[in-house]
Structures are given as C-alpha cells and as structure tokens.
Write a protein that binds this ligand. Structure first.
Ligand code: ADP
Ligand code: GLC
Length: 485
C-alpha cells in the first residue's frame, strides 16, 4: 500500500523535552512509523533544548501572522537519526527556560492559548494546500490538548484528515471566549457541538469533536473515558463518537529501555541472566543512601507526584514498610505537599526509605533495574509506561486495575502462574489498606526466590515493542482518510 504523509504534532519529545510519557511516545512512535516506510515528520516547538541540539537547523519556511493574536514564525528542519523534525521557531513564545507548560512558580504560562494555538494552527496549515513547505500532510496526528485545536481549522477550511490521541483527558486546554478571535477561528465555531465547552474554548473538546478519528493509549482507558467518572466532563461526547474511538496500547522503546544494554546500569542482565540484577540493587542502595542489604525487598517509585498517581496511598502506609521489613526508593516531583510528605518519611526512616525530588533520567533507569518491585497505584492511568519498563526490567509492578495498568499487569494467582501470565500485583480496591495488602503479598512472594523468578520472567518475556502499535496507527490513519458515510 502507498506510504502515508503524516504530520505528528506534539508539545514534547524525548530526550530533549519530556515531562512524562508523551515525550517518550513522541520519540518512539514516529520512529517506528518511519521505519515502516511512511513519510512522517514531527512538528514541535523549537524550545531552547532543541535549538541547542540542532544549532545549524536551516529555516525552511517563513510563516506570516495568521491571526490577530498569532505572531509570525518560522519552521526549522532537523533530523533525528533519519526522522525529519520540523521545529516551530518563535522565540517570543518558546525561548523560555524549564518546563514547557509552567513558569518557575509552577503556574501555567499565561499565554499558553497563544503558544499552543500557534502550534495547532501551524500543524493544520501543513495539512492544507497553503502549506508553507513543499510538502503537505495527508494526515495530521495531534496529541493531547496542546495540538488538538488543529482539526478545527482543517474542518472549517478543508485539508488533511486528522487524528487526536488522548494521552490524558484531565488536561483539556480551556481558555476564554475571546481566544476564538485571537486565534482566528470563525465566529460560527462557537457552538457546543464544536469548540465551546461550558462557556470556554477547549482545545481538547474541539479536537474530540472535529477530528476524523480518535484514539487513546490503551483499550481499557478508551472504555473508561466514556464513563462519567473518568471522562472529566467529556464522556457524553466520547460516547457519541464511540464508533470513531479506539485504544492502542503504547509500546516500549526497546533501544532505550533494555536491561541488557542500558548504559545507565551498574550491570546488564536479561531474563536468563537474572543474577546480575543484584549488582544494580546494591548500587542503587549505595547511590540513594539506603542500607546495603540483601535480606529485604526494595520497592521503587518514579513518578510525577500528582493526585492521578495515587501515591498519597503510599504516604499513608509508608511508615509500616520498615517493619515489614522492606526498603523504598522514590524519585519524583510535583505536588509540594506530597514532596514534603515523602521527604518527611525518608527523614523518619533513614537507611530504609530514600527520596529524590527532581527529574533524573539516569536515576529512573537505575531504579527500574535496582528495585525489586515497582509501586504505581494510579487512580487513573491512560497507559502508563513505567509499569511496562518495570516488567521489562524484571521489577514486578504493584498497580491498580485501571487504564493501561489493567491491560499490562496480570495479578499473581494459581491460575495465572499456571498459564505463565502472572507478572505483578493488582490492588483489590483503592484504599491505603488495599495497597498495604498488595505490598505484603509482594514481600511474601519475593522471599520465595523460585516463585519470584517466575513472575519476573513472565514480565520480561512479554512483547512490548512498538511494531504492533505502529501498524494499528496506520490502520487508524487509513480510516481517517476514508470518505465519511
Ligand atoms: P505520565 O506520562 O502520566 O507521567 P508514564 O508512566 O506514561 O506517566 O510516563 C512517565 C515517564 O516519565 C516515564 O518515562 C518515567 O520514567 C518518566 N518520569 C516521571 N517522573 C520522572 C522523574 N522524576 N525523573 C525521571 N523520569 C521521570
Ligand atoms: C500520559 C498518561 C500516561 C501515558 C502517557 C503516554 O501522560 O498519563 O498514562 O502513558 O501519557 O501516552
């Protein structure tokens, strides 16, 4: 079949700009589609990290001001391996230090509607006859609210087919009514079944309403977001578009997350060479100031510290860990109260509980390898990458049965051990007590070395490569391109 011309529009991309899983997906999925022979280009803002990584990237298009509130900008062309990148260069909007969405105080940049309005507008433009490049996309693939407004222009003005992928429905990009004119959208877009959402303009709602096809990052989350509890107000719309919505489970970039070759580790290991994993535990204990010992399990956490991740449950029961006995290593940042809570816990149990507040890619790899068991009791989890990294690293995860966690983690039981699918521990309920019971079960299983090895190997042998997901996205693009009935 004919290769597709795909524009993948994103607000982050690893390794340069990453606040969470979207950064990893934006690096791995386009690369997989590129390997499959498609003509794919990634559009993202020319943040300082990208300017630094590609200092000589030539300008390939000058784009004039497209609306009263949108400044003129340019596109720079770069290559990541063989993958073409289009960097949206507008220093007034993107040349800022730190987080792509938040200022130094942790508040949203006040001009986010303009910043990501421009990103969405340019994404749409590259899918239109007026594309500023000698290239026009057949499909514009938008990710989360930051690019989800692109389908609006494609809907009103014509152009490429569009796809919106929801990585997290809790973030919806809602701004005042005046944003409509500021971004140059037509007055008639102000309808509840177009871009209007409770008196505001919602980027995500607009995309979910107007894109040709929709997806999210796991089959379970695709069902959950049609339910009031998980849909954050958008469930009725998603039920209305259920026929155009599918769940495609994310993969793992096996080049970066491979315990046999990971350069961040003290020792490489594999499913049939698990003994070498021990050296990573010793190294992690030393690095984090934990007592170096082999007689108790070490639980690991790597996370944004937010309500979504459910780590308040761990704070509630954390004081019991030292008595189990077990150790805990936490890496994360976010909610200030939660950061303080983990710091306090570490101060109370020196040598048994250690916490690093911050974002540290190398340490994340060393925790995946050095911990015995990974804790991720999310309240909702569209896909979740960390539990998949844990499975690959022989570090069985403890999770709640939600979203992608439910689609990847199989609770240890007599049946699942028999059929070789048991690979982790699933909470029975959403209370601190449920987490405590799971921690105790994991601890007990860990002391049975043969049982533990079976659980580890089941997880390590599961295929999480991007190949299948990439094929599913191609099918989604072809459906988006098919004429509507
Ligand atoms: P989410 O995108 O909701 O944060 P995911 O599990 O999909 O959750 O992806 C999180 C990604 O961000 C993983 O690659 C994880 O390793 C990384 N990550 C999260 N917090 C940190 C941190 N403090 N330091 C390093 N990496 C982190
Ligand atoms: C979001 C979700 C996470 C998912 C990631 C990548 O950040 O919270 O569950 O894995 O996007 O799709």
């Amino acid at each position: 079949m004919k290769p597709l011309a795909i524009l993948f529009a994103t607000s982050e991309m690893a390794p340069w700009v990453k606040t969470g899983g979207l950064g990893d997906v934006a690096a791995a999925l386009p690369a997989a589609l590129h390997r499959a022979g498609h003509d794919i280009r990634v559009l993202l803002p020319a943040y300082p990290a990208l300017k630094k990584a590609f200092p000589t990237a030539p300008a390939v298009a000058e784009i004039p001001a497209l609306a009263p509130g949108l400044p003129a900008c340019r596109l720079l062309a770069a290559q990541d391996g063989g993958l073409p990148l289009l960097l949206l260069d507008c220093p007034a909007l993107f040349d800022r230090p730190g987080n792509p969405y938040l200022d130094a105080n942790g508040d949203d940049w006040t001009d986010n509607a303009i910043r990501f309005g421009l990103l969405s507008r340019v994404a749409a433009l590259i899918g239109q006859a007026a594309s500023p490049l000698a290239w026009q996309a057949d499909v514009v693939h938008c990710n989360d609210w930051q690019t989800a407004l692109a389908p609006a222009w494609l809907h009103y003005e014509g152009g490429a087919a569009s796809v919106v992928t929801v990585h997290n429905i809790a973030f919806q990009g809602c701004f005042g009514r005046d944003t409509l004119g500021v971004l140059g959208l037509p007055e008639h877009a102000w309808r509840f079944d177009h871009v209007e959402y409770h008196g505001q303009l919602s980027f995500l709602k607009a995309g979910l309403q107007l894109a040709s096809q929709l997806s999210t990052v796991s089959p379970t989350y695709a069902r959950e977001i049609q339910d009031e509890h998980f849909g954050y107000g958008l469930a009725p719309l998603l039920r209305h578009r259920a026929g155009d919505l599918r769940g495609i489970l994310n993969g793992v970039d096996t080049g970066i997350w491979n315990p046999a070759t990971d350069p961040a580790l003290a020792a490489g290991y594999a499913a049939n060479r698990l003994a070498a994993k021990r050296a990573n535990k010793t190294a992690l204990q030393a690095e984090m100031g934990l007592e170096v010992c082999a007689d108790r399990p070490l639980f690991g956490v790597i996370s944004r510290l937010t309500h979504q991740k459910g780590l308040d449950l761990l704070l509630t029961v954390g004081a019991g860990l030292a008595q189990l006995p077990a150790q805990l290593a936490v890496l994360g940042s976010g909610d200030k109260a939660m950061e303080a809570g983990f710091r306090e816990l570490a101060e109370r149990f020196p040598g048994q509980i250690a916490v690093r507040i911050g974002f540290d890619e190398g340490l994340a790899h060393r925790i995946e390898a050095g911990a015995d068991c990974f804790v991720m009791p999310s309240r909702f989890e569209p896909c979740g990458l960390n539990q998949m990294y844990s499975l690959r690293y022989g570090t069985p995860p403890i999770v709640r049965a939600t979203g992608g966690l439910a689609d990847t983690v199989v609770d240890v039981s007599a049946d699942t051990l028999d059929d070789k699918t048991a690979n982790g521990f699933v909470l029975d309920g959403d209370t601190p007590h449920a987490l405590w019971v799971a921690l105790e079960r994991a601890c007990q299983a860990w002391h049975d070395k043969r049982l533990w090895q079976r659980i580890q190997q089941n997880g390590m042998r599961r295929d999480f490569s991007w190949q299948q997901a990439a094929a599913d996205y191609v099918a989604l693009y072809r459906d988006a391109l098919a004429p509507r009935h």
